[in-house]
Write a protein that binds this ligand. Structure first.
Ligand code: SF4
Length: 113
């Protein structure tokens, strides 16, 4: 997930100055239309595609692994919060020994309660 955000920010940092620099070369209405279209095509659409690819790549871990029903599993990052490691369909950081039932709960939230 962090990779998606990182590359979205990089694309924003590159594209937004280019769109801004193009303003003097177009009339205002055309600049707005082209600006919105290029921001969608260059930033939003790639982020959506990347996120769908991320969900597809991690589908087995998110839906059908031991970690998916563990309280230490962070679904948004596909991360075991207890071992600070990314489980895969072939690799469980705890080998199932630390599994505890429950939905994904942040360790920091538990500590705060
Ligand atoms: S404690 Fe074990 S079962 Fe639970 S999320 Fe971490 S690796 Fe998966």
């Amino acid at each position: 997930m962090g990779e998606i955000i990182f590359w979205t920010l990089i694309r924003m940092a590159v594209l937004m100055p280019l769109v801004w620099a193009a303003q003097p070369y177009m009339n205002y209405a055309t600049w707005w239309t082209c600006g919105i279209a290029s921001l969608y095509a260059g930033i939003l659409h790639p982020a959506i595609i990347h996120y769908r690819w991320y969900l597809e790549k991690n589908k087995n871990v998110l839906d059908a692994s031991l970690c998916s029903s563990c309280r230490y599993f962070d679904r948004t990052a596909v991360l075991c919060l207890l071992h600070d490691s990314h489980p895969t369909s072939e690799f469980l950081p705890c080998d199932g020994l630390d599994w505890q039932p429950g939905t994904s709960v942040s360790i920091t939230k538990e500590a705060d309660e």
